[in-house]
Design a protein around this ligand. Structure first.
Ligand code: NAI
Length: 392
C-alpha cells in the first residue's frame, strides 16, 4: 500500500488540516517536514497520528512495519530552515492574509526556485496571496477538505500569476496521493464552498419563513439521497463556522443577494447555539426537550425541489463563468461533500425546463434577485439542450 519516493513536502501548520495532509502525503510515500510555531501542536499532531496508525493496524489496513515507516517519514520542527529540500510546500496555518504572506516570504528565502508553494486557504484570494511573493508564478491553491485523509477531493486553484505547468504537476501529485483533484478558478468559495451555499441558505430561508421545520427540511433532503440534512450538517460543522463561510462568500461577491447570510443563523451564533459542540443548535444534544416549531402540512416535495433548483442554478452559473469544467463541478460535489449526484446531472435528469420553472416561480413570488435563473439555463431550456458531462 505504501510507496517510497524521494520527494519531500513541507507542510506549515500542524493543526487539523496540516496534520491530515501530512498523513496523506506520508501514506503516499512522500517525506514530510511538518512545521508549526507551537511545539504543543506538533506533539498533539504526532500523538494523533500514532492513534490513527494503531487503529489502521488493528483493522489490518496497515502492517505494523508500514505504520512505523509512515510515522518515521514525518519529521516535525518549529524552525523553517528545515524546509530547504522540499519540492512542494503546503501552508495550512491560521486564515489570515498578512500572517500567511509573512510566512511565505520567509519560506521563499529557504526553498529552491523550483519548489512549488501552495496554500490550503478556504476563503482568501490565492491571487492576492501570490502578489507578495518574489516568484508568484510558482504559487497556487491546494484546497483539501476536512478530514483530509478521508475526503477525496482537492481543489487545485491557479492564481492569475500561476504558471499552468505547476497546476499540471500538482494535479499529477494529488492523483499519486490517491486524491481526486479538480481545477478551479480563483473565485470566492472556489467550487464546493460556492455551490453548496443554497443547501444551507435556502433551507434557512424556508425555516425563517416558518414554511417548514428544520426536521422536515432535513427529511426532505435525505429523501432525495443527501446523507445529512442541512440543519443536521450545520449543527455538525458548527453554526459559527458555517456562518463565517457564508459571510465571507457574501462579502467577496459584493453582497450578491444569492449568498445573503441568514438572520436565524446569526441569532443561533449569538446565542451560543453552535450545534453539537455546544450541546444545542437547531436540534438539542443536551437531553432537554426542543421548542415547539411550526410544521408544514401536506405534500412536502416542494422543499427539496426548491433547494435543489437553487443548487443547480449555482452550478449552472459556475459553469457558464468557467469556474471549472462540467466534469470537475460534478466531481467536486460528489467527492467533496458526498452529494448523491452531481448538480448538472441532476439538472439533466430533472429537465432543464423544470428547473427553470422552479426558479422563475420563486422569483415571481419573492421578486428577489436571489432567485434569478442563470442565463445558461434559459438558453438551454429554449434549445432543449442537456449539460454535456462527457469531457473534462
Ligand atoms: P488549526 O487552527 O487547526 O491549525 C493551525 C495551525 O497553524 C496551529 O497548529 C497553529 O499553531 C499553526 N500556526 C499558526 N500560525 C503559524 C505560523 N505563523 N507559523 C507556523 N505555524 C502557525 O487550523 P485548520 O483548521 O487546520 O486550518 C488551517 C488552514 O486550512 C486555514 O487556512 C483554513 O482556512 C484552511 N482550511 C480549513 C478547513 C477546516 O475544515 N478546518 C478545511 C479546508 C481548509
Amino acid at each position: 500500500m505504501l510507496r517510497m519516493t524521494n520527494s519531500t513536502v513541507g507542510i506549515i501548520g500542524a493543526g487539523a488540516m496540516g496534520s491530515g495532509i501530512a498523513q496523506v502525503a506520508a501514506q503516499a510515500g512522500w517525506n514530510v517536514i511538518l512545521i508549526d510555531q507551537s511545539l504543543d501542536s506538533l506533539e498533539k499532531s504526532q500523538a494523533q497520528l500514532t492513534k490513527v496508525c494503531n487503529r489502521l493496524v488493528e483493522k489490518n489496513r496497515l502492517t505494523s512495519q508500514e505504520s512505523s515507516a509512515l510515522q518515521q517519514r514525518i519529521l516535525r520542527f518549529t524552525a523553517f530552515d528545515h524546509l530547504a529540500p522540499c519540492t512542494l510546500i503546503i501552508e495550512a496555518i491560521v486564515e489570515n492574509k498578512e500572517v500567511k504572506q509573512r510566512v511565505f516570504a520567509q519560506i521563499e528565502e529557504i526553498v529552491s526556485n523550483e519548489c512549488i508553494l501552495a496554500t490550503n486557504t478556504s476563503s482568501l484570494s490565492v491571487t492576492g496571496l501570490a502578489s507578495s511573493l518574489k516568484h508568484p508564478e510558482r504559487f497556487l491553491g491546494l484546497h483539501f477538505f476536512n478530514p483530509a485523509p478521508l475526503m477525496q477531493l482537492v481543489e487545485v486553484i491557479a492564481a492569475m500569476q500561476t504558471n499552468p505547468e505547476h497546476i499540471d504537476r500538482c494535479n499529477a501529485w494529488m492523483n499519486a496521493w490517491k486524491k481526486v483533484p479538480v481545477r478551479a478558478k480563483d473565485t470566492p468559495g472556489f467550487i464546493v464552498n460556492r455551490l453548496a451555499r443554497p443547501f444551507y441558505g435556502e433551507a434557512l430561508r424556508i425555516v425563517e419563513e416558518e414554511l417548514a421545520s428544520p426536521a422536515q427540511v432535513d427529511d426532505a433532503m435525505k429523501s432525495v439521497g443527501f446523507r445529512m440534512g442541512p440543519f443536521e450538517l450545520m449543527d455538525l460543522i458548527g453554526n459559527d463556522v458555517n456562518y463565517a463561510v457564508t459571510v465571507s462568500v457574501f462579502e467577496a461577491f459584493y453582497f450578491d443577494p444569492r449568498y445573503r447570510p441568514s438572520l436565524i443563523q446569526k441569532k443561533h451564533v449569538e446565542a451560543g447555539w453552535l450545534g453539537r459542540k455546544s450541546g444545542r443548535g437547531y436540534y438539542r444534544y443536551d437531553g432537554q426537550p426542543g421548542e415547539s416549531i411550526t410544521e408544514a402540512t401536506g405534500e412536502l416535495s416542494w422543499i427539496h425541489q426548491r433547494i435543489v433548483a437553487l443548487l443547480i442554478n449555482e452550478a449552472a452559473d459556475a459553469l457558464s463563468m468557467r469556474i471549472a469544467s462540467a466534469q470537475d463541478l460534478e466531481l467536486a460535489m460528489t467527492r467533496g461533500v458526498n452529494y448523491p449526484k452531481g448538480l448538472l446531472t441532476w439538472a439533466n435528469d430533472w429537465g432543464i425546463a423544470s428547473v427553470l420553472d422552479q426558479l422563475q416561480a420563486l422569483q415571481n413570488r419573492y421578486g428577489e434577485d436571489r432567485y434569478r435563473p442563470a442565463p445558461i439555463l434559459r438558453d438551454m431550456a429554449e434549445k432543449n439542450l442537456l449539460f454535456d458531462l462527457g469531457t473534462s
